[in-house]
Design a protein around this ligand. Structure first.
Ligand code: MTE
Length: 347
């Protein structure tokens, strides 16, 4: 029942154990982005170039940054073709976390609960063949194979902050397209108030699924307006290449203003539903992991503060922590989704 079964207890989870030491600064990328900012500030075509751009004026674009060139590929996995740089608003103007850290410090409980376990064990995941079905309150239920999914929308690089509920964070150059592109294809009807994401739970491929650490499959949910928000990303890659298995191959959700556990990995089913879905983490401990789980420095986790975070790859436990930003820094884009809501109550 609702006792705490996760490795997120009983100590402060951000105890600093297993700190990755590598730290790569893609300085040239950072520099080129700054140059390009000057053009964005002039209100260039990029501001009008896509769904996200429409949310921003040039001054906001300047404040939030914009990308002119793609992050350099590490050359480890297959490149994703045709990737374009993201429109303003999808960029965190901060040092991008090293590929090594993004791919070796993971939460993917289907492969074990240690941060290093997914990188060690996820080689057994078979990301092809793969299908995703979209069903429920839709006019046109669909099942799409990974090759069709890859072609469905224009691939964009989006550099987002990822803030884990445990108190650490990264800056990740994802590649994908807005989830709305996919959902619209299935033609949601007026009863579609929420979206439920169901991920693979195959004990043959995922040794952790044999454990009772969570109630499998891993399930997450969003309100329909959150799911259709242009920042909500269906990610197929990172650093310009296909997703490594440990990061949720072949496709995962990325909701940058919410704690990382909302960003479900290795999705197989998307259900449009009328009632609020119950996520795996809420089932495991409703008092600690609510449905909304928006990043909020003013609403603490019952067992630790959420006011600050440790950026992975930027020093050890003695390095000063960064202040956590409201909605993880995406308040200008998403704050209006929660207008009038008591964010302490709807945590
Ligand atoms: N998705 C599945 N299927 N299983 C998981 O255990 N962990 C979540 C989320 N998605 C998880 C998941 C948590 S707690 C976080 S912080 C992020 O994935 C971590 O993503 P990353 O390992 O790519 O940084």
């Amino acid at each position: 029942m609702a006792f705490i079964r996760s490795s997120r207890s009983p100590w402060h989870p951000d105890s600093g154990l297993q700190l990755p030491s590598s730290e790569i600064t893609p300085q040239e990328v950072y520099a080129s982005r700054r140059t390009w900012l000057a053009q964005a500030a002039l209100g260039s075509a990029v501001v009008a170039g896509g769904g996200l751009g429409a949310l921003l004026n040039p001054a906001q674009a300047l404040a939030q940054g914009a990308s002119g060139s793609l992050v350099k590929r590490p050359g480890k996995l297959a490149a994703l073709p045709g990737v374009r740089s993201a429109v303003p608003g999808a960029i965190a103007m901060e040092k991008i976390t090293a590929y090594e850290d993004i791919t070796t410090y993971n939460n993917f409980y289907e492969f074990g609960t240690d941060k290093s376990a997914p990188a060690e064990n996820a080689h057994t995941l078979r990301p092809r063949p793969w299908t995703v079905s979209i069903e429920g309150e839709v006019g046109k239920p669909l099942t799409l194979g990974i090759d069709d999914l890859l072609k469905l929308g224009a691939m964009e690089e989006r550099i987002y902050r990822l803030r884990c509920v445990e108190g650490w964070s990264m800056v990740i150059p994802w590649v994908g397209y807005s989830l709305s592109t996919l959902i619209k294809r299935a033609e949601p009807n007026s009863r579609a108030k929420y979206v439920e994401f169901i991920t693979l739970a195959d004990p043959k491929q995922m040794p952790g699924v044999r454990s009772g650490v969570l109630d499998w499959p891993y399930v997450e949910g969003l309100r329909i307006d959150e799911a259709m928000h242009p920042l909500t990303l269906m990610a197929f890659g990172l650093y310009g290449e296909v997703l490594p298995n440990q990061n949720g191959a072949p496709l995962r959700l990325v909701v940058p203003w919410k704690y990382g556990f909302k960003s479900a990995k290795s999705i197989v089913k998307i259900r449009l539903v009328e009632k609020e879905p119950v996520s795996s983490w809420t089932k495991a401990n409703r008092g600690e992991y609510g449905f909304y789980s928006n990043v909020n420095p003013k609403v603490d986790h019952p067992r630790w503060s959420q006011a600050s975070e440790r950026r992975i790859g930027e020093g050890g436990i003695f390095t000063p922590r960064k202040a956590t930003l409201m909605f993880n820094g995406y308040e200008a884009q998403v704050g209006q989704l929660y207008a009038g809501m008591d964010l302490k109550k709807f945590y």
